[in-house]
Ligand binder design. Structure first.
Ligand code: G16
Length: 544
């Protein structure tokens, strides 16, 4: 087969965000766009000749076309072997597991995660390291730099498509390709962590689950594990067929976009447990009958009950949460006498802590929870963790959460997203806040007095790297906080995220509505940031 060296020019804007490069499908379909970025990934890496690359994606529109291109480029760049998911599909956590199990050099994951798919939707690509985790900033910065200096890319000339619809082996030039089914390997990993017989007994006793795969990547994994292995009745997994456009839905497991599940869980005769996962299977939402568990509470509850799960029965080394995530897990860590790390938003920041054995569980307010079993957050893992706890405790989801609040207090928490606002307006909001911050110290608003304000920066305790400008924090007394940051995963305009938290140790208050309890702080946030005045928006587009 012939090696082609194709001339190209740098394309502006190929800068990875919170989790890889995410753009509209039509942007990726432009001549050289995908190729430039893939070659930039390879140019940023050293010494991978003859090694293994893992390749797969969440099955969204353009997934298979992109895989065929990347295979030809991997062969031309000297990889020895590529493990590709069957039909080009690998959930993000399964890809992470596969990289680790196969001792691959790294992996390329094609996903725009929770963003909508289809021809008009989003596409994304990110590089994961040999530890199975997203590339750290020093590598993503280098990839960006390479993309701005690129002059050519390498590709094998091959007109025939590699058949990804069957398990099997192929050759492309000198490179070996293996089409693998990751569902079985992933299920085996889950079996090593969780008490499957106990969860089977739970389902056998009539416990009912509704798992919404949102027509995204976890459908086959969830059907196999929940229905086939654990004995949940057939039909417990809804929207289980992965579709390139996610059935026209928005595969983001939150109260707004997982509306079918929410209707079921808040309807008559609701199942005992509800859960949903996102486009690439790394996020999770947990619900009980008529009850929503915030992701910040979820990680705290998993940490507090980890000793009930075989994989974590010997204790946790430590926990980590992203800065905007509520401090609920901090209190659990304090009680357990283990460290709790506060990192910037982005799973990549947990990698070093996990690799160094400093933490066992990690969690984020953005519906992400995971552990040291892989180096990505893992939606189905979180669901199994909850099922294992429910099977041992024999209590309902709401009973477990309320008992937790009674012991640790409740961190009332909400996130208000203003999606697709004008980028300049979003930057004006942040600039205005930055200007205000030195004046806020010791001022009181709605009964809360400002203790400290800053633009969050993080010094990685393992490699000492510094990440600055990670979100504006206004910290009040009584453990209340307001945080502002711009999303790094959107593809349209800018998304302003406002995170609001207040702590309550008053048990009588715990059952109150979150938006009601936080209303005074929400008003303060809107006024301080001048959101309506500067963006024209009178209300958020998503509230979680
Ligand atoms: C990614 C990152 C997460 C982050 C989330 C939201 O998740 O991996 O760590 O919390 O984006 O980021 P932002 O607030 O910048 O939009 P995913 O599920 O999209 O890969």
């Amino acid at each position: 087969m012939t090696l082609q060296i194709i001339s190209t020019h740098p394309i502006a804007g190929q800068k990875p965000g919170t989790s890889g490069l995410r753009k509209k499908v039509t942007v990726f379909q432009q001549p050289h766009y995908l190729e430039n970025f893939v070659q930039s990934i390879f140019n940023a890496l050293d010494n991978f000749q003859g090694t293994t690359l893992v390749l797969g994606g969440d099955g969204r529109y353009y997934n298979v076309e992109a895989i065929q291109i990347i295979l030809k480029m991997a062969a031309a760049n000297g990889f020895g072997r590529v493990l590709v998911g069957l039909n080009g599909i690998l959930s993000t956590p399964a890809a992470s597991a596969l990289i680790r199990q196969s001792r691959a050099f790294g992996g390329i994951i094609l996903s725009a995660s929770h963003n909508p798919g289809g021809i008009e939707g989003d596409f994304g690509i990110k590089y994961n390291m040999g530890n199975g985790g997203p590339a750290p900033e020093k590598i993503t910065d280098l990839i960006y730099q390479c993309s701005q200096e690129i002059s050519h890319y390498r590709m094998i000339k091959n007109e025939t498509f590699i058949d990804l619809s069957q398990l099997g082996h192929h050759r492309l030039g000198e490179m070996h390709i293996e089409v693998v089914n990751s569902v079985l390997d992933y299920a085996e990993l889950m079996q090593q962590i969780f008490d499957f017989p106990k969860i089977q007994a739970l389902f056998h006793s009539g416990f009912r689950i509704c798992y919404d795969a949102m027509h995204a990547v976890t459908g086959p994994y969830a059907k196999f594990i929940l229905e086939k292995q654990l004995g949940a009745p057939e039909g417990s997994v809804i929207n289980g067929m992965p579709l390139p456009d996610f059935g026209g839905g928005h595969p983001d497991p939150n109260l707004t976009y997982a509306d079918e599940l929410v209707r079921i869980m808040y309807g008559d005769n609701a199942p005992d447990f509800g859960a949903a996962s996102d486009g690439d299977g790394d996020r999770n939402m947990i619900l009980g009958a008529n009850f929503f568990v915030t992701p910040s509470d979820s990680i705290a509850i998993l940490a507090a009950n980890a000793h009930l799960v075989p994989g974590y029965q010997h204790g946790l080394a430590g926990v980590a949460r992203s800065m905007p995530t509520s401090a609920a897990v901090d209190k659990v860590a304090e009680t357990l006498g283990i460290p709790c790390f506060e990192t910037p938003t982005g799973w990549k920041f947990f990698g070093n802590l996990l690799d160094a054995g400093k933490v066992t569980l990690c969690g984020e307010e953005s519906f992400g929870t995971g552990s040291n079993h892989v180096r990505e957050k893992d939606g189905l893992w979180a669901v199994l963790f909850w099922l294992n706890i429910l099977a041992v405790k024999q209590q309902s989801v709401s009973e477990i959460v309320r008992e937790h609040w009674l012991k640790y207090g409740r961190n009332f928490y909400t996130r208000h997203d203003y999606e697709a606002i004008d980028t300049e307006a979003a930057h004006r909001v942040m600039a205005h806040l930055r200007q205000q911050m030195p004046l806020l110290s010791k001022q009181c608003f709605a009964g809360y007095c400002v203790q400290h304000c800053d633009d969050f920066s993080y010094r990685d305790p393992v490699d000492n790297s510094l990440s600055e400008n990670q979100g504006l924090r206004i910290l009040f007394d009584h453990q209340a906080r307001i945080i502002f940051r711009l999303s790094g995963t959107g593809t349209e305009g800018a998304t302003l995220r406002v995170y609001i938290e207040a702590m309550s140790n008053d048990n009588a208050e715990h059952t109150q509505d979150t938006q009601h309890v936080l209303a005074p702080l929400i008003k303060v946030a809107n006024e301080l940031a001048k959101i309506t005045e500067l963006t024209g928006r009178t209300e958020p587009s998503v509230i979680t």
